[in-house]
Design a protein around this ligand. Structure first.
Ligand code: CTP
Length: 402
């Protein structure tokens, strides 16, 4: 992300002590940060700390002639490309919802035209109070984005919702708001992870897919403003911000989930490692050894699963469809044949026998295979970078169609 101007508004809650870390995360990403504070906030963290970390003067008062002389509050509101209110107390949420402007933070929030991100932090009963809920609803309706709060032990001694989100989560939500919205009109369907094909009540056939590649693609499309539906097999990877996740287990469940969003989707990126076969019968009880003859082996009969990618490609209309190919040998030739067989617009092939592009790796070395046999070989890159390159290609395909 290129350098952007972020205005961090600190209000008076104990979580204000974490704001220096929020500022550092932004600064590490090379953002320009300024801070404004309510006077209550200065009880929890000093302006000098934030001034030192941002390298910019910190404003705390609305009607202070010296501060206004330096940069008046309207110029500050105009300067911001993003306003982050963190921590946002119950009182500050109420002020924002009702359009009050009786201190610097609320006045700037009212005057700015920048997107607003709010990170609430308060006692759990204040958070659950109908007044706070109503204020929050008003803000969400107006397009204000909320990050958190998390649940856990609160500084007031209560347990529950009300902890301010961690600095990294706040930064990720901010990045999402600031990213270019080049996919704003698209509904992107992504499949990810491996499927589990039930054998009996406790066992399944699975594969080694981690889901990392597909989750990275989903995150990248969401950052570019698409509505993203991620149909995911079991995966330990966290859902990227802004992504709607539908959890499935088997290939048949994955096909149902894909079909149910198909009418809305404009782009499909099929990164899942779908099992090609499933046990002909899944027993709803556990298979016990004592049910078998002593020393007898066990033969499972497998039947073919539907090829979800091939099915949707046939019914694609004007949609852009991207497939993946996991190969262990003859990568390019096999991928070219697979692209033709599946009928997609682009195939992303990778050699899963190599460590840098194998299952569960954080990096991938992919080859883009285009209809007609043209290939583009990328170097080994973090999966997030591969995802960005892939979404760039999707944007190009879309441009070509227009
Ligand atoms: N795919 C799918 N449904 C299946 C199998 C695969 O949608 N039943 C999709 C995958 O998500 C991927 C592409 O098809 O986008 C290729 O998957 P891959 O496992 O590489 O190929 P297969 O079609 O399974 O062929 P093979 O295993 O024989 O190489």
């Amino acid at each position: 992300m290129h350098q952007r101007r972020i205005l961090v508004a600190v209000t008076g809650g104990i979580a204000a002590y974490k704001i220096p870390e929020v500022v550092r995360v932004f600064r590490r990403a090379d953002q320009v940060v300024r801070c404004i504070m309510t006077s209550a906030a200065t009880e929890f963290v000093t302006p000098l700390v934030l001034q030192t970390l941002t390298g910019e003067p910190v404003r705390t008062a609305l009607l202070d002639p010296a501060e206004e002389g330096e940069i008046d509050h309207i110029d500050l509101a105009d300067w911001a490309e993003l306003l982050v209110v963190a921590p946002a107390t119950a009182n500050s949420l109420a002020k924002l919802a009702h359009g009050l402007a009786d201190d610097l933070v609320s006045a700037v929030a009212l005057a700015t035209r920048a997107p607003v991100l709010v990170a609430p932090a308060m006692n759990v009963n204040m958070w659950n109070h109908p007044a706070t809920r109503a204020n929050l609803e008003t803000l969400i309706e107006r397009g204000v984005r909320i990050v958190g709060p998390g649940e856990g032990e609160l500084a007031c001694g209560w347990l529950g919702a009300g902890r301010m989100s961690e600095p990294a989560e706040i930064a990720a939500a901010a990045e999402l708001l600031l990213a270019s919205k080049s996919l704003a009109d698209e509904v992107v369907l992504v499949t990810a992870g491996g499927t589990r094909e039930p054998v009996d009540a406790v066992r399944f056939l699975g594969n080694r897919s981690s889901g990392k590649m597909g989750f990275a693609v989903a995150g990248e499309a969401a950052r570019r403003g698409a509505r993203v539906v991620l149909v995911a097999g079991p995966s330990a990877v966290e859902t990227p911000p802004g992504v709607e996740r539908v959890n499935v287990e088997s290939a048949l469940e994955m096909r149902d989930a894909v079909r149910s969003v198909w009418s809305e989707a404009t782009v499909a990126i099929m990164a899942a490692a779908v099992a090609d076969f499933r046990p002909a019968q899944a027993l709803d009880r556990k298979i016990r050894k004592e049910d078998l003859a002593p020393d007898a082996g066990l033969t499972l009969e497998l039947v073919r699963n539907p090829d979800i990618l091939a099915e949707i490609s046939k019914d694609r209309g004007s949609r852009i469809v991207v497939g993946f190919a996991a190969e262990s040998h003859d990568v390019i030739d096999s991928a070219i044949r697979k692209l033709e067989r599946k009928g997609c617009d682009l195939l992303v092939a990778n050699d899963v026998s190599r460590e840098a592009s194998g299952f569960d790796s954080d990096t991938n070395a992919v080859i883009f295979v285009w209809p007609g046999g043209e290939i583009e070989e990328l170097p080994t890159l973090p999966k997030t970078d591969v995802a960005a390159q892939l979404v760039d290609r999707v944007e190009k395909l879309r441009e070509a169609r227009r």
